[in-house]
Design a protein around this ligand. Structure first.
Ligand code: SIN
Length: 349
């Protein structure tokens, strides 16, 4: 009897160890795609991972893409959406995409600057004044070229989606640069422009994953952060930090990326359907972004504990003076042509 129990223990330990290695292999081994793989199996599963809540422009667009992909391929394609960093967080998504563990991600352009430095353009403060200007640039030959250029290390860009214009949310009014002095301000990881923006304003930029911002506010690690109304509201940042400053100082948008080997291994008819859906969803998402950000801004403003701070003309001038050299500093990294095109879009509005 004693022998049996010992053997049983040994056997279960071996099984547990084997299961562990099997699971680890599954998550760590890159998946290889080839042309033939989808002919044998009609069912194609696409995993779409992102870091924001479902009730945001990106969250809704991911769900709409999933719905239309299922409908228009007669169920052959199933898109499984994982929102809210529930599958992969900032900094993990890209590797997961490159290794084929997910097939779609939609990071903020700021977070992809490490791979595609020209995307830093979108972080430049006060470059675009409104959504129209952003879209005019994205839809211009320069914008299309930028999307085509975002292809490296088995990543392929498929579209650009909006979030919107950023405000400051913090424990003080961030109207004028004097309030930034020595304040710890969270920035999205990987963007030298965002770091420089807050250094120029006198603050300490703190690069941090989106999923960690709420706790960092609650534990006073940071004094504030920049974000759109939909991100502030859906992450409840306004429930911890009670000063919202209407700065509109920059734009936050997304680049939709797939694993290139996966995408090119899809049957052509399926790939074309999915690409058409993406064009349609991109236009739909633009409208959603405007509506959702407007509604969420109203809800934040109505929160009794929230103080809404409006910048004076003097404050705006002080911001612009502090940030004066940032365009020239980053022009070589972004590319003069891209910057000039974006500036001309801006002037023509
Ligand atoms: C996102 O909108 O995807 C997150 C932006 C952030 O990290 O602040």
């Amino acid at each position: 009897m004693k022998l049996n129990i010992t053997w049983l223990l040994v056997l279960s330990t071996i099984i547990i160890v084997m299961l562990f290695f099997l699971a680890a292999g599954n998550t760590l081994t890159p998946r290889v795609y080839d042309k033939e793989q989808f002919q044998a199996s009609e069912h194609i599963v696409i995993t779409f991972s992102h870091v924001v809540a479902e009730l945001t422009p990106k969250g809704q667009a991911a769900l709409r893409f999933a719905q239309l992909a299922g409908e228009r391929t007669g169920g052959r394609v199933e898109v499984q959406v994982y929102p809210d960093s529930s599958l992969y967080k900032d900094g993990e998504e890209v590797q997961a995409l490159q290794q084929g563990h997910v097939q779609l991600i939609a990071p903020a352009t700021a977070k992809m600057a490490e791979y595609f430095p020209f995307l830093l353009l979108f972080d430049l403060p006060f470059l675009f004044q409104n959504y129209n200007e952003v879209h005019t640039f994205i839809d211009s030959p320069a914008g299309k070229k930028m999307l085509e250029q975002a292809r490296a290390q088995d990543m392929l860009a498929l579209a650009m989606w909006d979030n919107g214009f950023k405000y400051m949310i913090g424990n003080r009014p961030f109207t004028s640069p004097k309030y930034f002095k020595n304040a710890n301000i969270r920035v999205m990881p990987s963007s030298d422009v965002l770091e420089q923006q807050f250094l120029s304003l006198g603050a300490n930029p703190v690069p941090m994953r989106f999923s960690e911002v709420f706790d960092a506010k609650e534990t006073s690690i940071i004094d504030g952060s920049e974000n759109t109304a939909s991100n502030i509201y859906s992450q409840k940042f306004h429930e911890i930090h009670n000063h919202l400053t209407i700065t509109n100082h920059g734009y936050l948008g997304y680049i939709i990326l797939t694993n290139q080997s996966f995408w090119m291994s899809l049957p052509e008819d399926i790939r074309l359907i999915l690409e058409e859906i993406l064009i349609e969803v991109t236009l739909w998402e633009r409208e959603q972004a405007i509506k959702m950000n407007e509604l969420d801004l109203e809800k934040i403003i109505k929160t009794p504990e929230i103080n809404v701070n409006i910048m004076t003309e003097e404050d705006k001038l002080a911001w612009r003076e502090a940030l004066g050299s940032i365009y020239n500093e980053f022009k070589p990294v972004i590319g003069e042509d891209y910057l000039n095109e974006a500036l001309s879009v801006n002037e023509s509005q």
